[in-house]
Design a protein around this ligand. Sequence first.
Ligand code: CAA
Length: 288
Amino acid sequence: MTPSHIGVVGSGTMGGAIAHLMALSGYDVRLSDVSQPALEQAVRRMRSWMEMNVSKGKMTQEDADGTLDRISITTELNHLADCSFVVEAVFEDLQVKEQIFSQLDQILPQAAIIATNTSSMSITLLAEYTKRPGKVVGMHFFNPPQVMKLVEVVRGYKTDNDTVAKTMDLARNLGKEPIEVKKDTPGFIVNRILIPQLLEAVRLVEEGVATPEDVDKAIRLGLNSPMGPFELQDYTGVDIGLNVVDHFYEEFRNDRWAAPLSLRALVRAGRLGRKTGAGWYDYPSDSK
Ligand code: CAA
């Protein structure tokens, strides 16, 4: 499938980067957000990354200009009306997603696919906000999406085979390796495995076994992982991690998924990581 236009809803870290990836791969993209400053910020991030690559000789100025020309930004979701494929990548708030899914359902052509980059929410539930549940699918990218090779293509209860096949094709056209997640389960595959590791890392620090820095060092050097669990949480956002953990707890109803108090305290204190703010390395732990 070659979608005529691809829409991306949400211009935060993931949405902006997914739109960028699509434009780099030659697609015309409409990027929508309720906030004009957030849209402009997303374009600045794309521009500065491409300027760096042009200066390193990894990309031509012509290609960088062409990529930006393929992206149009808008605060009106209605401007996505001619898109045959849309990826929703707004923050994990069910009410906001409900509103977006039902509006997209009204404005998009009948055959259009609505994909979501949610990292934990039920595809089956999101699909029920539309009258086209067969055309709703999970398309879960990893941060940074321009670099990370995997895309989880997640089947909701009613997602049809054609939608899964077209989403897998699109992921391949973006240079990714898609895998099909055959059942709609919280966290899909990667987060289902990653989150217990992150929780265990926090518990080690709470027990005073090691500092966050040393846990990270252990995982980097002992498992050859590019980042330790605390670096990774700071990189993707500590609040986003807590959101996912709380969602797992709700869904599984099992204490195994209960968020450690120090994780919640860090979020309450506004230490959210993402490089800009303080994160785990600043947590006032007894083990320091
Ligand atoms: N956007 C675009 N490209 C980026 C980038 C970004 N934000 N960050 C790094 N890159 C590119 C760089 O340009 C560089 O490209 P070249 O090799 O072509 O020059 C390459 O990535 C390597 O970058 P660096 O040399 O600057 O740094 P690094 O080698 O330390 O790699 C990293 C950075 C790719 C982020 C690496 O540390 C890494 O793989 N970390 C783990 C990331 C990870 O696990 N992500 C998954 C998070 S979980 C998730 O996303 C799911 C969820 O639901 C929350």
